[in-house]
Every structure is written in C-alpha cells, then in structure tokens.
Design a protein around this ligand. Structure first.
Ligand code: SAM
Length: 251
C-alpha cells in the first residue's frame, strides 16, 4: 500500500460512528467524503445521508469501493485528487473525511474558501494541526491557521484518537475537528486574513516589526504595535486592520 498517500485506515468503530454523527446529526441531504479508502467511514455516513460523493485518489481503492458498494445507489465514487476537485459541483453538502495527513492544511483551507452553503465539515487530522486550529490567544499553538479557521468557523475538538485505532498505525496522534461556518464573517475576510498573515510573518517579533514594511511609522500610533501577533484575539485583528486601513485612507 503506498504510504505516501497517507493510507492509515481507521478501524475503531466507536470513533467512526462519532465522526459520522458529528458530521450529519440524524440525517443530512448530501455529504462529500474525502479519501474514503476502503469505506470504513463511508459505511457510517451512508445511513445518515441521502447522497454521498466520495473522492479517492488511489485507482485501486476507487475500484475496490465501486465493487464493495455496488448495490448502494446513494454512493458516487469519484476517482481523483480532492485538491483539484470542485467541491461545489453537486450543490450544498457537509464535508467529512479521515484525511490523508500530508494535505490536511490545503483541505482545511479549501473548505474555508467555500461559500456559506457549505456550513459544516468534520475532519480527522493529526493532533498537532487540530491543536493549532482550536488554540486560544497567547498559546504556542495560536497562529495564522487558528485565526483563519476561527474567523470563518466555530471549531470544536470532537475526539482524540491514538495511533492504535488505525491499520497501519501512524507515527502521530490524531484528533477529530468539527467546523461550523459562522453566521457573521467580515465581508472583506480575504483582505483581513492577508493582513493577519503579515502580522504572523515572524512569529516572535512584534507587530511593529512585522508591519513596518507595509505601513511604515503609522503602525506606531496603535497600542497593539508592541504586541506579538499571537497575543491578539480575532476581534483585535479585525479592529486593527480596520483602523490601519482607515488611517491610510483605504476603505
Ligand atoms: N477513510 C478511510 C478510513 O478512515 O479508513 C481512509 C483514510 S486514509 C487516512 C486517507 C485516504 O485518502 C486514503 O484512502 C488515500 O488513498 C486517500 N487520498 C490520499 N490523497 C488523496 C487526495 N489528494 N485526494 C483524494 N484522496 C486521497
């Protein structure tokens, strides 16, 4: 089995059921599953949805799944790379998956970039990335990924999973995270997040240092200038960006 595709299959039924329930509740019209593998999570998602689109990169697994679920009309297997797939093509859906860990971050960003019709995602991922996503200000794990995820979604750690729950066991611990898109997201979220990324450019430096090139000495008039990015809450990032844009006449 090519390990480079992150093929660690989850075998603990209680965790699979918890992930499916967190994604779908009792029932949801449509689900997209990323990396179905041999169908372990698929089996738990199917009774909770009317239509399941599963995207699998490995041709052998895609053909194995087509055969295994040949009597299941709700399931559509799509062979391909999730990073190239248009996730909006089937209409509104919940997104779920025991992710291949080499693409966790791009998959999370791909979900965050979708529109509000895609309100929920549940991903099993490496624990270290999950910790960064749910981190609070002032902690080591708080960074750009935290702010991007939490500006757009409410995030919950739904389970912690040890390597023994997989075959073969991965080298790292894992965790399930649920993303629920917020009702209120800044209209200029892309602009705010590129500002946040500048703020975190050199994590140990103050905002004054990180923002000097873009904003010159204007940054000095703001009380946050002496802080590091990891000390700012999401509302503080939004507020500072607004005041800096106002001070420079940019709307
Ligand atoms: N869902 C299964 C389970 O829980 O047992 C398998 C999970 S395994 C961690 C990740 C799966 O994603 C593998 O089946 C792998 O082949 C597939 N995969 C890897 N890279 C992919 C990509 N870029 N697009 C779609 N699927 C991918």
């Amino acid at each position: 089995m090519p390990r480079r595709l992150g093929q660690h299959f989850l075998v603990r039924e209680s965790i699979l059921e918890r992930l499916a329930a967190a994604a779908c509740g009792e029932h949801i019209p449509r689900v997209i599953e990323i990396g179905p593998g041999r169908g372990a999570l698929t089996k738990h998602l199917l009774p909770r949805t009317g239509e399941l689109h599963a995207i699998e990169l490995d041709a052998e697994l895609a053909s194995y799944l087509r055969n295994k679920f040949r009597d299941e009309p709700k399931l559509h297997i799509h062979e391909g790379n999730v990073l190239d797939a248009d996730l909006a093509q089937w209409g509104p859906a919940v997104i779920a998956g025991n992710l291949p860990y080499y693409i966790t971050s791009p998959v999370v960003h791909k979900f965050l970039d979708l529109d509000r019709r895609f309100d929920t995602a549940v991903f099993l991922m490496q624990r270290e990335v999950a910790d960064r996503i749910v981190a609070t200000p002032g902690t080591r794990d708080y960074g750009y990924l935290t702010v991007a995820a939490q500006m757009i979604c409410e995030v919950d750690l739904i389970c912690k999973v040890s390597p023994e729950a997989f075959r073969p066991p991965p080298k790292v611990h894992s965790a399930g995270v649920r993303f629920k898109r917020r009702a209120q997201i800044p209209a200029n979220v892309g602009e705010v997040l590129s500002f946040v990324s500048q703020c975190f450019e050199r994590k140990r430096k103050t905002l004054r240092n990180n923002l000097r090139a873009a904003y010159g000495t204007r940054i000095d008039q703001f009380p946050e200038a002496g802080l590091r990015a990891e000390q700012l809450s999401i509302d503080q990032f939004i507020g500072l960006h607004q005041r800096l844009a106002g001070a420079s006449g940019i709307s």
